[in-house]
Ligand binder design. Structure first.
Ligand code: HEC
Ligand code: HEC
Length: 315
């Protein structure tokens, strides 16, 4: 009896992530569902930590280490990096607590709405530093996997300071209801298309697009140049278009992979880089699956090459 109830519970949870949950007498269905749910959470863990890097923004960061890695034990607890004018924000915003303490009263659909439309439970429009414009393009099962994963985060009891914006966030959103059902994750065998999907998911363009007078200049997407002038260091975003002179046109796929591996190695992350630090969350992206990084490289080869010389550590 107990077993049946346990199965029913797993089945209800799993049914949300899979269209069907059938108790076939030939197969140990309960185990299968639990296994499937475990796989879903693992996928969510991977995406939230190494691709969409939700945990990067929504946790406390160690400012004394290379690429400002997450302080262990603060995952999802929010109120980490204060995003301000330095990051191009007209005011101050903090990424809030997204652990179960904060989201316990949110339904899965409400979390999905925040992630893909930019509307929180209270009905506020989220400032688009939260990359909902990107997540609205992702496949439904990937979005649901992230929700399943953040439900498993260690609950942290912390409050986030209220945001202060000099212009209304409604200038940027919210987005209309996302049609997640029609979003497709391309097959990895279609390396460029799949790489584009992963690049959008990882929101690489958020930092790698230069700022024009009216905000991000998407005609120069991936050309870099924006300078993050933090109190501790100053770093300019690299040009990652295939321009050979000023971008990464001369990089081989192996060089690209190597950069992610070297920059995210424990030895490299755990050193004090002084003023030669980076805002790019290498520690997280660097643990992306090799296949996914290779696909991102393949996609970046196909974007418009733009000649834009960037000095990494401007005076
Ligand atoms: C680049 C930083 C960044 C990343 C990456 C990011 N977020 Fe956010 N997120 C924010 C900020 C900042 C806010 C608050 C915006 C505001 O207050 O207007 C926010 C708000 C939210 C909210 C609304 C919370 C509330 O109480 O209103 C949820 C839920 C959320 N994010 C989940 C996620 C998930 C899940 C991911 C990964 C798929 C993610 N975020 C990735 C920065 C980020
Ligand atoms: C939070 C901002 C941010 C995000 C998001 C970001 N980058 Fe970066 N990126 C930077 C900055 C700043 C630099 C220059 C400093 C450095 O090398 O770390 C950089 C450097 C790089 C370099 C090194 C180029 C060179 O010439 O040395 C590569 C490659 C790169 N980024 C690729 C990516 C990819 C791919 C993504 C998405 C998976 C991404 N970046 C997301 C900020 C970001």
């Amino acid at each position: 009896m107990k077993k049946l109830i346990a199965f029913a519970a797993v089945c209800i949870i799993a049914a949300f992530y899979f269209s069907s949950c059938n108790n076939n007498a030939d197969q140990p269905a309960a185990t299968n569902s639990a296994d499937s749910l475990k796989k879903v959470v693992e996928r969510g863990d991977y995406l939230a930590n190494h691709v969409a890097v939700c945990i990067d923004c929504h946790s406390k960061r160690d400012m004394t280490k290379f690429s400002l890695p997450v302080v262990p034990g603060t995952e999802g607890g929010g109120a980490g990096f204060p995003f301000s004018e330095t990051e191009g924000v007209p005011g101050m915003v903090w990424a809030p607590n997204i652990t179960p303490t904060a989201l316990k009263d949110w339904t899965d659909d409400e979390i999905i709405r925040a992630m893909t439309q930019g509307i929180n439970k209270k009905g506020d429009t989220l400032f688009p530093l939260m990359p909902y414009h990107h997540y609205s393009k992702m496949a439904k099962d990937d979005i649901k996997a992230i929700v399943a994963y953040i439900r498993t985060l260690k609950p942290i009891d912390s409050l986030t300071p209220p945001r202060k914006l000099n212009i209304p966030a409604s200038m940027f959103g919210p987005l209309p209801a996302a049609t997640l059902e029609s979003n497709i994750r391309p097959d990895p065998s279609d390396k460029v298309k799949y790489g584009e999907y992963m690049t959008v998911f990882a929101a690489c363009s958020e930092c790698h697009t230069p700022m024009g007078p009216q905000g991000p200049d998407f005609s120069k997407v991936f050309a870099g140049g924006f300078v993050f002038n933090t109190p501790l260091f100053k770093v300019a975003v690299a040009n990652i278009t295939p321009d050979s002179a000023t971008g990464i046109g001369s990089w081989t796929e192996e060089m690209f992979l190597q950069k992610f591996h070297t920059n995210s190695s424990d030895a490299n992350v755990n050193r004090d880089p002084g003023k030669e630090n980076s805002i790019m969350p290498w520690a997280m992206y660097g643990k992306m699956k090799e296949e996914d990084l290779r696909a991102i490289y393949a996609y970046l080869r196909t974007v418009k090459p733009i000649n834009n010389k960037v000095e990494k550590y401007p005076k």
